[in-house]
Design a protein around this ligand. Structure first.
Ligand SMILES: [Zn+2]
Ligand SMILES: [Zn+2]
Length: 255
């Protein structure tokens, strides 16, 4: 979980070195952060995943698209008329990037034993509300699961839980920056995460993460990592269990 301020940017490196970026945060902050997790000479990313086209998730992806060779883009297909989204679509078309529209039950093999399973959307969400058209997915490696919820809110959590296949997970990328409108008790009771990753900007005007949400995590004994407090966090899975710790850097070298 890259510390890009108020927004989301999640970088995944697979055992064989495939690289995936889920959301890019706002503006250009992600560019500097990518240099802490990728070698400077590496100018390609295998897959970009856009959870939804709000600027705090999409802004950085547009910048990445302009500077890196991108293997493919996966998104939910939700459209909006913002200038940023128009720019994104134009850049995708100009660069002829392979585009995949995510749909429930779709499984992307990212590496051996490593999959990204699309949980939502379950239908055409081209004209859905931006948070209702959320791309929600599960990264599975061996027996471990990391849940990527984007800015999913409680109405969508209820819908997903009703579909009935949310497993016991290891890590929850917390919905909507720790807003009280996400991470319902019902979701935590089913998903039972060990760790919660919250991406929120220091002193953000929304008050994210909200105290009620943090209280729910305490109640369920979930260890919380916050970008506004601990900066970039590194989750590592060996296929059996996941460990999470803050990223450490000395000068330009980070691990
Ligand atoms: Zn957001
Ligand atoms: Zn949003």
């Amino acid at each position: 979980m890259l510390d890009i301020g108020q927004g989301d940017a999640l970088f995944i490196r697979t055992p064989r070195g495939n690289q995936i970026l889920i959301d890019g945060g706002p503006g250009r902050a992600v560019l500097g952060k990518l240099n802490t997790v990728m070698p400077f000479y590496d100018r390609s990313i295998d897959l970009l995943i856009l959870s939804h086209p709000h600027a705090d998730h999409l802004g950085g992806l547009v910048e990445v698209l302009k500077r890196y060779h991108i293997g493919a883009v996966l998104d939910s297909g939700t459209e909006t008329d913002s200038g940023l989204f128009v720019e994104w679509k134009r850049e995708l078309a100009d660069r002829r990037v392979r585009h995949i529209t995510a749909r429930r039950s779709m499984r992307l093999a990212l590496d051996e034993q490593l999959f990204f399973d699309v949980l939502l959307p379950s239908r055409d969400v081209t004209h859905a509300g931006i948070h209702d058209g959320m791309l929600v997915g599960l990264l599975r490696y061996g027996n471990t699961e990391i849940f990527f919820s984007g800015d999913m809110e409680q109405n969508l959590e209820r819908y997903l839980l009703a579909l009935g296949d949310v497993p016991d997970i290891d890590v929850l990328k917390v919905g909507h920056h720790g807003s009280r409108t996400s991470s319902s008790e019902a979701l935590l009771a089913i998903a039972r995460p060990e760790y919660a990753l919250i991406s929120a900007g220091l002193g953000n005007t929304y008050g994210h993460p909200h105290e009620e949400t943090l209280a729910r995590f305490r109640e369920y004994d979930v260890t919380v990592f916050r970008t506004d407090m601990q900066g970039t966090a590194v989750a590592r899975s060996d296929g059996e269990k996941v460990t999470v710790r803050p990223q450490r850097c000395i000068l330009l070298f980070c691990w």
